[in-house]
Design a protein around this ligand. Structure first.
Ligand SMILES: [Zn+2]
Length: 243
């Protein structure tokens, strides 16, 4: 799944969680940001694509779709993030109970984001990795590869762009009128359900059929532009294509 599609799942989940985290003194903005970030972070292992192609497509613990794509990986990523990017809160959490609560809820929201990433990758093509090792490092058995969608789906990409645009408008309207409503959490629930429903009801047969369907969805011109942009990025990374 593309980073923008992954982010949509984390973004909407963040809004849904925000009424709960709000009770623990965590703002809606912080919850949404952390959950969105968490939903993208497991793909940090894609950095190996720039370093060495064999690592990215390999079966090492640091290859793509390896340790970072597991429950333990989600905990590790979230813990490391909190220590690196929230150092003051991390230090204070040792002394104050309020800081400890804030630290723990932030860590938990990041974890939720990272864990949401996992089923989003399981529904895609198996690739060379044949799924993801959810229980690594305790078991390297791989799950997923359900072949519902390939890594790139224009439906999800455009749903993400539209969602961000609409939410941006509603968010500023709420700021102007100084009234926080439940519109965004409710809308998030609808979008998250819609995105999940679409994904699980899609079935990838072959690239010829998929490309034809995607071209019909966005139009020949936009599809051509996106394909050229994708090829350009991969050429920069010295990779012909991911899939
Ligand atoms: Zn991933």
């Amino acid at each position: 799944m593309t980073p923008i599609s992954h982010s949509l799942f984390g973004f909407t989940a963040g809004f849904i969680l925000s009424p709960i985290t709000g009770k623990f003194g965590i703002s809606r903005k912080r919850t949404v940001l952390l959950c969105t970030l968490g939903a993208i972070l497991p793909d940090i292992d894609s950095i190996s694509l720039i370093l060495k192609r064999q690592i990215y497509y390999g079966t090492n613990w640091y290859s793509h779709h390896a340790l970072t794509h597991s429950i333990a990986g989600a905990l590790l990523i979230s813990f490391t993030f909190m220590l690196l990017f929230q150092p003051r809160l991390s230090i204070h959490s040792f002394k104050e109970k309020t800081a400890l609560n804030k630290w723990f809820i932030s860590f938990a929201v990041l974890c939720v984001g990272c864990i949401i990433h996992l089923p989003c990758d399981m529904i895609t093509l198996p690739g060379v990795w044949n799924g993801i090792p959810i229980f690594a490092p305790f078991s390297w058995k791989r799950y997923g590869g359900w072949t519902h969608i390939p890594w790139k789906d224009f439906y999800l990409i455009y749903l993400s762009i539209i969602t961000y645009a609409v939410f941006f408008i509603i968010y500023f309207a709420e700021l102007i009128f100084k009234r926080k409503t439940i519109v965004l959490p409710v809308l998030s629930l609808v979008i998250l359900f819609g995105a999940t429903y679409h994904t699980y009801h899609s079935k990838f047969i072959n690239y010829h059929q998929w490309n034809k369907q995607q071209k019909e969805l966005v139009g020949e011109r936009l599809y051509g532009f996106a394909s050229r942009a994708e090829k350009m990025v991969f050429r920069l990374w010295h990779v012909k294509t991911i899939f």
